[in-house]
Design a binder for this molecule. Structure first.
Ligand SMILES: [Zn+2]
Length: 216
């Protein structure tokens, strides 16, 4: 077998479609034909509208900071490279004690898999998702990770409008990859490819997030 045959992919991306789950209050996803073969046009062309935080997406520092860097200014190296999927059996919130034995170190790309992966694919929004504690966000900053990924549409407690974890990570230019579907992904080490669209000046943007692994 060649080296190519040993590789496999996990697509972590939530499909974008009208009626998909949207974080409450965010713009809805729409897709309509501007030109349609079915209506006699010579080709199909669609008009697509969506919020910058729709589906699987990356948050840039400009999401919470007026002078923060915007999506296209984040180094692409954050989104391409080795990544660790860490499974956390937290009931409600992730604390530093969930992290200390996980070998998190400088330069890591960390993707958290929680019970959220059971409902990130569900048809309705689930406000009681598991979230990061501010202490855990500080732990990740102190560890000098370069990307934090999460298996729901926010890393912060839905009921805490201060969004402390977003602010703690984005203040240090650590982008946040949200809305990952990690349901089928075992804990372990992979290669991440999660490049956001190059939307100038944006606070966030959609991503096709894929993990590549190698069969042993
Ligand atoms: Zn977001």
């Amino acid at each position: 077998m060649g080296e190519e045959d040993k590789r496999f992919l996990y697509d972590l991306t939530v499909p974008l479609h009208p009626g998909m789950v949207i974080y409450p209050g965010d713009p809805l996803f729409t897709k309509e034909f501007s030109y349609s073969l079915a209506k006699g046009a010579g080709f199909n062309v669609s008009a697509i509208t969506l919020g910058s935080h729709t589906g699987t997406h990356v948050d840039a520092p400009a999401h919470f900071y007026a002078d923060g860097i915007t999506l296209e200014q984040i180094p692409l190296t954050c989104f391409l490279g080795p990544a660790k999927v860490i499974e956390i059996n937290a009931k409600k919130s992730i604390f530093p004690h969930h992290l200390i034995d996980k070998g998190i170190k400088e330069g890591d790309r960390i993707l958290f898999k929680t019970a959220n992966s059971e409902f990130v694919r569900a048809r309705s929004f689930h406000p009681d998702y598991i979230y990061l504690s501010p202490e855990a966000a500080k732990y990740l900053v102190d560890a000098k990770v370069i990307l934090v990924g999460f298996d729901y549409f926010s890393i912060d407690d839905f009921y805490n409008e201060d969004n402390p974890c977003h602010k703690i990570l984005l203040a240090k230019n650590i982008p946040i990859l949200e809305g990952l579907n990690l349901a089928d992904v075992p804990e372990g080490n992979y290669y991440l490819m999660a490049l956001p669209l190059k939307i100038s000046g944006s606070d966030a943007g959609p991503v096709r997030a894929v993990l590549m692994g190698e069969k042993v």
